[in-house]
Design a protein around this ligand. Structure first.
Ligand SMILES: [Zn+2]
Length: 398
């Protein structure tokens, strides 16, 4: 399928160093972006589907790097089906598993956690609820796992490993496990802050610096934050990515955002939700944390959007997250919410309002054009002005 989006008011690139792209058109074909900014009339006319954005803003699809998936589009923690499809209506086009710890009766022995991660990875390899991409399969680090185990799961397609929910005596027991997982080529992540479930201990700056995982999960607290003084230490003394989550401590989210900016560490500042959890299912969580960071700090809204898109893509090695030719065509149209005080999406976000979503495209396929079933309505209207495919792109009613 070839899709052209015309009449864009603004384009956010996903690259925080150069967050705004010039032009008003994006073209995608066979799942990949082929042109950003300008396209010839012939190029647009040859598209199977042409979307008139009506002056809205295009951003890369949001990448939530902390989603508690299990199997299927179901969360046992909140006993709800269809949550991933609902997240797509909040602009999230990729959900990265924070490990499958919510699977009821999850195993804790080495063979069991390996099998669980591999099964999750396989079950979401091609399954896209509502069109969302799910990167699943994060092996839970448990005592007894060896480097050979990590090599084995990595060879079979598992990409992630997670410290923080294993049966260790001390959090320092994760140090050799994280080292072995990294050596096998896995992307390592670590719970940070006070324990979120009974029995798992607090993980603070000393533990993070000893382990040096690729990503500090919810460095702002999940949901309980580590000491304020540890944020600057982790930024200065490591290369650990700083993931802030909606279901955490907002004050330390803002503390971390300001420090990452001041200390030249914005490359590794990541926005995620850490949901579904006890805090609930939050289809608009990414939009809320973007609005909080942009409206309560001096950061420009387009830069904050890059922390929710390109920064996550870079740290996790994904081919999406940027509106650049060659990247996966995951594109979201956003606008100022109808009835608000601001004229365009970025001004609304800076004002503290969440963006309204007018269309979501994943893997080059429009999943809906018009109104998100979860955000407020858009001020402008995105419309399909030409289509030669058997699909109406209307949001499904729920
Ligand atoms: Zn979590």
């Amino acid at each position: 399928m070839k899709v052209a989006i015309v009449n864009l008011g603004q384009i956010v690139s996903g690259d925080w160093r150069n967050p705004c792209a010039a032009g008003d058109t994006i073209v995608a074909e066979d799942g990949r972006i082929t042109a950003v900014g300008v396209a010839s009339a012939a190029n647009v006319e040859s598209a199977d589907v042409v979307i008139d954005a009506g002056g809205m803003t295009a951003i890369p699809g949001l990448i939530d790097s902390h989603v508690h998936i299990t199997f299927g589009d179901y969360t046992p923690r909140q006993r709800t089906v269809g949550f991933l499809e609902s997240y797509l209506h909040g602009g999230t086009t990729t959900a990265i598993s924070a490990s499958e710890v919510h699977v009821p009766g999850r195993p804790s022995d080495p063979e069991g956690v390996k099998a669980l991660a591999l099964a999750a990875q396989r079950c979401f390899a091609t399954y896209r609820p509502g069109g969302i991409r799910v990167i699943a399969g994060s092996v839970i680090l448990e005592p007894g796992l060896t480097q050979q185990d990590f090599v084995e799961v990595a060879q079979r397609g598992v990409r992630l490993a997670k410290a923080g929910f294993g049966g260790v005596k001390s959090s320092y027991d994760y140090v050799p496990l994280v080292g072995d997982a990294k050596a096998a080529g896995l992307i390592t992540t670590c719970h940070t802050g006070g324990s979120s479930i009974p029995g798992s201990g607090a993980i603070t700056g000393d533990h993070l610096l000893a382990m040096h995982p690729h990503v500090s999960f919810h460095i702002n607290g999940g949901p309980t934050a580590m000491p304020d003084r540890d944020f600057e230490r982790v930024i200065r003394e490591s290369e650990i990515a700083l993931q802030v989550c909606t279901a955490g401590n907002l004050r330390t989210t803002l503390l971390c955002a300001r420090l990452a900016d001041e200390l030249g560490a914005f490359d590794r500042f990541l926005i995620a939700t850490d949901t579904p959890t006890g805090s609930g299912i939050m289809p608009l969580g990414m939009l809320y944390t973007i609005a909080h960071c942009a409206s309560l700090t001096d950061l420009a809204p387009e830069r904050v959007i890059c922390a929710a898109t390109g920064n996550n893509a870079r740290v996790y090695g994904l081919d999406s997250g940027y509106l650049v030719a060659g990247k996966s065509a995951d594109i979201v149209l956003i606008d100022a919410p109808d009835g608000g005080t601001q004229a365009a999406a970025l001004a609304a976000i800076k004002h503290g309002d969440i963006a309204a979503i007018g269309a979501v495209i994943t893997a080059g396929i429009p999943r809906f054009v018009g109104r998100s079933r979860n955000t407020p309505g858009t001020t402008r209207m995105a419309r399909v002005v030409k289509s030669s495919v058997m699909q109406d792109f209307a949001p499904t009613a729920h």
